[in-house]
Ligand binder design. Structure first.
Ligand SMILES: C[S@@+](CC[C@H](N)C(=O)[O-])C[C@H]1O[C@@H](n2cnc3c(N)ncnc32)[C@H](O)[C@@H]1O
Length: 268
């Protein structure tokens, strides 16, 4: 079913209003295809009816469907691994200074590879120390969060985890989904998964946080949404706390008081 520009603009406005996601005009064909599929599944007759359905859905479950269909949840274990090397080094410094309480945030955690990588790196860095350490992992998509919380990964995805860590922090399992690995309970227990819409500050957290991973999500936002998000990140970080953004993202040109220490790494 073709989608005229007037209807497409209504989808664009709705997605921006609800999730801060700026859809470019080049996404029109993709949105039309994905939404048409959803219309068939829901037995709705046209796009207008679907827009109404979306607006009336107070649980935002349908919005999650739409966002999952038009944005990407792509992620992987140890993605952009220099960030994790950096974090490991920083942990040595903080432990050396006597710090024992640590709080971290994975701000767009997708299917969980990012916060679980953080958890492994942090556990390794603090081995032998008695620490109080927690990670908050958030995403707008309740569907992807449920997968993250379950912590099951097919063998192919888990292969990005070094084998010593895979043996230590995962259990081999066979499920109806096939052969794979489940994150061990003690790693899962370090992480609290919660739904959070990054485009709707202020956020309920108080901080202070030692490091925030906000990677590969700001690309979807325009400068207004980014500015509001960054101001919350700055509020939540402790002094000498770090923000990691995706390698393709930069805070250049943003009104931001964080200092750039390396490409894609910022300090308060
Ligand atoms: C490409 S993934 C990034 C995953 C991980 N941070 C990484 O770098 O590998 C983008 C994630 O951002 C989430 N997302 C999109 N808009 C969001 C919003 N307004 N608030 C919170 N999360 C959002 C998506 O659901 C998706 O899981």
């Amino acid at each position: 079913m073709s989608m005229d520009i007037g209807i497409y603009n209504k989808f664009k406005d709705l997605v921006y209003e609800k999730a801060g996601i700026h859809l470019g005009d080049q996404k029109q064909a993709l949105v039309a295809a994905r939404v048409s599929k959803r219309l068939r599944e829901l037995n709705l007759s046209d796009y207008r009816e679907y827009l109404k359905y979306l607006r009336e859905d107070k649980t935002e479950g349908e919005l999650v469907h739409l966002l999952d269909a038009i944005s990407t949840n792509v992620t992987s274990f140890f993605r952009e691994s220099v960030h994790f090397d950096f974090l490991q080094e920083k942990m040595k410094v903080w432990l050396g200074q006597g710090q024992r309480r640590f709080r971290f945030w994975s701000a767009a955690s997708s299917s969980g590879e990012e916060p679980y990588t953080m958890a492994m790196v942090l556990k390794e860095a603090t081995a032998g120390y008695n620490v109080d350490m927690r990670i908050l992992a958030t995403d707008i998509s309740t569907r992807i969060l449920a997968r993250a919380e379950e912590g099951f990964y097919p063998a192919e995805k888990a292969s990005a985890v070094p084998s010593n860590l895979l043996n230590k922090y995962f259990e081999k399992t066979e499920t109806e989904k096939g052969h794979g690995y489940r994150v061990s309970k003690n790693l899962r227990d370090m992480i609290l998964f919660k739904r959070l819409n990054l485009s709707k500050p202020p956020f309920p957290m108080k901080g202070p946080m030692d490091a925030v991973f906000c990677r590969n999500v700001m690309i979807y936002f325009d400068n207004d949404v980014r500015r509001r998000l960054l101001s919350e990140v700055q509020r939540l970080l402790k002094n000498d706390g770090y923000l990691f953004v995706g390698h393709a993202e930069s805070l250049a040109g943003q009104l931001c008081t964080l200092a750039n220490v390396k490409p894609s790494i910022y300090v308060k």
